[in-house]
Design a protein around this ligand. Structure first.
Ligand SMILES: *Cc1c(COP(=O)(O)O)cnc(C)c1O
Length: 228
């Protein structure tokens, strides 16, 4: 199987999982995480129907988004302050924001480009020390503060689940969905209306995330790796 076939298989499985969960497949974006392949690999998935791609390194984001501007590009990696101009120039959605300092810089860079940058706040729901993200306790305040910036729009939350532990992954996804509901209830109605994106689920655990209400599954290896 090549990239095109694997993409088609994943999209079909996501669609079926949505239907089983009583959800509309159009409400779940399959973000093709192309970080392990070159532009040609991403193009193959694009031709098979993938229209949104995720990258975790600014250099790769710039390179691939420039080569394939017909697609939508998301930034899902660790944010470094000095790379924010490149990220804002190319990402339609940043999934991994977890500090007010970076949010301020994103807002001022977006202002220079005359854009409003869509972002998600990354939350470390499981509390694993190795993971980045705001704690569930910090997240509500951070969302409020980021929402008050002029050139940033907070679209929702993102998380990474613990690996290899189905019960813990399910708990993380359900926890993130609950936190989104809780935060939405505290937001100004105008902000709450756009706070509708939950980025959760990867190759190994996206099914659990779809069942918990995820609207963006970030799938890399199942599409781009021959031996997943
Ligand atoms: C690499 C990556 C993914 C995709 O992971 P796979 O296991 O390859 O599907 C998703 N989200 C983030 C933040 C990543 O860095």
């Amino acid at each position: 199987m090549g990239i095109a076939e694997r993409y088609a298989r994943e999209r079909m499985q996501v669609d079926e999982a949505c239907k089983r969960a009583g959800r509309n497949p159009e409400d779940v974006l399959l973000l093709a995480v192309s970080k392990t392949v070159d532009v040609e690999g991403a193009r193959e998935a694009f031709q098979a129907g993938a229209h949104a791609f995720g990258e975790n390194r600014p250099d790769e984001l710039v390179k691939k988004a420039t080569a394939l501007p017909e697609a939508e590009w998301h930034f899902i990696g660790n944010i470094q302050s000095r790379r924010i101009p490149d990220i804002v120039a190319h990402a339609s959605l940043i999934h991994s924001l977890d500090s007010l300092k970076h949010a301020n810089k994103i807002s001022s860079e977006a202002a220079k480009l005359g854009k409003v940058q869509d972002v998600l706040i990354e939350v470390n729901v499981s509390g694993e020390e190795s993971k980045s993200g705001a704690s569930p306790d910090e997240a509500p305040n951070l969302v409020q503060e980021v929402a008050s910036l002029p050139n940033v729009r907070v679209r929702g939350l993102m998380t990474m689940a613990p690996r290899g532990d189905e019960a813990a992954a399910r708990a993380a996804f359900v926890g993130l969905a609950g936190l989104m509901d809780q935060i939405r209830g505290t937001l100004d109605p105008k902000v709450a209306g756009a706070f509708d994106q939950m980025s959760a689920g990867m190759s190994e655990d996206w099914l659990l995330a779809v069942e918990a209400g995820s609207t963006i599954v970030r799938i890399g290896r199942a599409i781009f790796s021959e031996d997943f």
